[in-house]
Design a protein around this ligand. Structure first.
Ligand code: ADP
Length: 713
């Protein structure tokens, strides 16, 4: 029991005592008044002083009257006022005064006639003894009532010098002591009884309250509350059960629950649940298909618990059910709309993939053949210049396709980055060698320190894409004889700023805010090639890499485009440059012993790749699909397989998987595909291929990839 309840109980007990004492007053007061009256009549005419006797009798009656009024008022007060401590003190004062008044009897009603005095003494002792019954609830009351008359009587007897005084005082002493101990015991028992009664009252009230609440819950809850016995006969069925299953309480009680609300084919579910319940297991949140009175099928979530006796014997089942049909329908709708959205997304992705494929395949042919044409010694200068034009236009188209695809991928959240420590030296080196021809073409000098030590945290390919875009812009929008330089500066926030500074035409300050918007070429003149999306892609890529991009520009002085990325400026171990771009200047003939099988269905691409491989000096054989490739591989041995991915009969993925399944794990297989999506690369590697080249493929990339894979043999 907590302390506040204990205090409350104790004050209730005290109140109950004072109530008991007060309630005994009418009887004891009437008895007192009658006895006092008899004493008064008997003593009248025999006492030494009639006045004293009258004072005593009058005083006693007055006291009785005052206490009666006080007691009446107390009993009719509200409980909070009855609980006040003052009531008890007043009662005890009243008891003390009563004892005192009675004690005055041998003094004020004194008679020298001995028998009348003895009469007074006997009456007084009798009153004292009689009062015990009504005052025994509280030992202090007994003490207060007994002590004054005892002392006054003994004093009177002593003054009287009676022999009786010693005996009487002894008897009175014993009497008082006896009364005290008896009173104390009675008091204790009374208190216990009161406590028990009050506790029982409190408990009964709590139980009553609980029943009321339970009833309310049972009636108001949206949960069906159902109980049934071990014969499945329903014993409880609340209003929610009525509304969920459409059976009224009268219809449901006594019915078999399985037959009432379970569809015919759910016996198995019921058996499972039943065996768990017999093992005294509680079942929470199980979703069961139920039927209603009008044969509707609904879904309910059940919470079922077995009711068992002390010997663990199941005597019944208590269950709660919630109709979740609507929730399930909503969830289903949500799942199907999500599926549809995913399908639409997939369709978009497929569209992009196929667009990429469709555009890259002819571009592959254009760029590949143009590159081969450059080696034709028989061409006139004019023809060479036309070929150069075709190559430029093709490259621009390829850049446009790539950028549109990038933009679409970023917007769809499909672009996956692989963040790593990218050494600045490596990225600057690669960018420098790739941008050099353009710088030479525009007669712009490059100042790029390829020895720069340090690294940034970025996706290598995407950072290179951003840098090349910025470098290419710095060259394109420059003046003849101008310069482009790269400067590195560490920032305080552990970031590194890479600035690409040009001495070009600059950007008008009122146009700067339009930068980084897709397809916005500002006031770029039409004779400078461009698509207007490079910067917007660069910005998005930088943000994806947790970096920033910015610009400062002064018209006719130049611009500084900068990117900031996390990184450090200190020497990092040199990493081998995997993107070596050895320019191929002549036909190579040292590779003729290497036999390469090419699987490609597109005739133009076949011709192109065969020419490219021939240029690189390889001994290549071409087949039209995966099926033919398997046959060829069975007939003779090859050092490497280059395969297109989309082919009739057996495609590239199936071809690679079959070769690996046949136990040939040595043959390097390189996918040659027009799809630039990273998923395609993953699919190729998953099928068992070693590498992946995206068309249009340059001779350099083709050579590097073949060499890399032959080396790993
Ligand atoms: P593109 O160069 O293909 O037109 P970008 O998105 O790379 O597209 O650049 C958008 C525009 O910003 C350019 O058309 C050009 O007007 C302007 N611009 C970009 N870089 C520079 C630069 N270094 N100097 C001057 N103008 C620039």
């Amino acid at each position: 029991m907590d302390s506040s309840r204990k205090i409350h109980l104790n004050s209730l007990i005290a109140l109950e005592e004072i109530r008991l004492l007060n309630s005994a007053l009418p009887f004891s007061f009437s008895a007192s008044a009658i006895i006092a009256f008899i004493i008064y009549i008997v003593l009248h005419g025999h006492v030494d002083s009639e006045l004293n006797l009258n004072i005593w009798f009058g005083g006693l009656l007055l006291l009785l009257l005052i206490r009666s009024i006080d007691s009446y008022l107390f009993l009719h007060r509200p409980i909070e006022k009855q609980l006040r401590a003052g009531n008890r003190i007043r009662f005890l004062i009243g008891v003390g005064l009563a004892g005192l008044t009675w004690g005055l009897l041998p003094w004020l009603g004194y008679s020298h006639e001995r028998q009348y005095f003895d009469f007074s003494v006997i009456c007084l002792v009798g009153i004292m003894a009689g009062s015990l019954s009504s005052l025994a609830y509280r030992w202090e009351a007994i003490l207060l009532f007994l002590l004054p008359p005892s002392f006054l009587l003994i004093a009177r007897l002593l003054v009287d010098n009676r022999q009786l005084s010693i005996e009487t005082s002894l008897i009175l002493g014993v009497f008082v002591l006896f009364s005290m101990s008896a009173g104390k015991r009675i008091f204790k028992t009374t208190q216990q009884n009161i406590r028990l009664r009050l506790e029982t009252d409190i408990r009964e009230q709590a139980i009553e309250l609980m029943h009321q609440k339970q009833y309310l819950h049972l009636q108001q809850t949206p949960l069906a509350i159902i109980e049934f016995d071990t014969d499945f006969k329903i014993t409880k069925w609340n209003p929610a059960a009525e509304s969920i299953f459409s059976y009224s309480e009268e219809e449901a009680i006594g019915e078999n629950i399985l037959r009432l609300i379970l569809p015919r084919d759910s016996n198995e579910v019921a058996e499972d649940i039943w065996s768990s319940l017999l093992n005294l297991e509680t079942i929470n949140g199980i979703v069961v298909e139920n039927k209603t009175r009008d044969n509707r099928h609904i879904f309910c979530e059940w919470f079922i618990t077995p009711l068992s006796q002390r010997n663990n014997e199941v005597v019944g089942i208590a269950a709660m059910a919630l109709d979740i049909s609507e929730k399930m329908q909503n969830e289903q709708a949500l799942i199907s709309s999500r599926d549809e959205a995913e399908k639409a997304n997939q369709a978009k992705s497929d569209f992009l993939s196929s667009m990429s494929h469709e555009l890259r395949t002819p571009l592959n042919a254009i760029l590949g053949f143009t590159q081969l044409l450059k080696y034709e010694k028989t061409m006139t200068e004019k023809q060479q210049s036309h070929v150069g034009e075709i190559s430029n236009a093709g490259n621009l188209l390829l850049e446009l396709v790539n950028q549109i695809l990038d933009l679409a991928k970023i917007e769809q959240g499909q672009l996956k980055l692989s963040m790593e420590q990218v050494p600045l030296a490596r990225i600057f080196n690669d960018c420098k060698s790739m941008i050099l021809p353009q710088a030479q073409q525009y007669q712009v000098s490059l100042d790029i320190n390829t020895e720069t030590s340090g690294y940034v945290i970025a996706d290598y390919t995407r950072l290179k894409q951003v840098m090349l875009n910025l470098l290419s812009n710095a060259i394109k929008y420059n003046i003849s004889g101008g310069s482009v330089s790269i400067k590195i500066r560490p920032r305080q926030d552990e970031k590194i700023r890479i600035s690409i500074i040009d001495t070009g035409i600059g950007i008008r300050s009122d146009l700067i805010h339009e930068l980084f918007q897709p397809f916005n070429r500002l006031n770029a003149t039409s004779n400078i090639e461009g698509t207007g999306i490079g910067l917007s892609i660069s910005k998005q890529l930088m943000e994806m890499m947790d970096g920033t991009i910015g610009v400062k520009s002064t018209i006719n002085i130049g611009s500084e485009f900068w990117v900031e990325l996390a990184g450090h400026l200190y020497q990092t171990p040199d990493t081998p440059d995997i993107n070596e771009h050895n320019s191929i200047t002549k036909m190579e003939d040292s590779n003729t012993h290497i036999r390469i099988l090419v699987a490609e269905d597109n005739a133009t691409n076949q011709t192109l790749i065969m020419h490219q491989l021939k240029t690189l000096g390889y001994n290549a054989v071409v087949v039209h699909n995966g099926k033919e490739a398997l046959e060829k591989l069975a007939q003779s041995s090859f050092h490497l397989l280059l395969t297109d991915c989309n082919m009739p009969l057996i495609d590239g993925y199936e071809l690679a998987a079959t070769i690996r399944k046949q136990g040939n794990h040595k043959l390097p297989i390189i996918a040659l595909t027009a799809d630039a999506f990273p998923e395609k690369k993953i699919a190729a590697l998953n099928a068992g291929m070693n590498d992946h080249i995206v068309k249009p493929v340059t001779l350099e990339t083709l050579k590097a990839t073949i060499q890399k894979n032959l080396r790993s043999l």
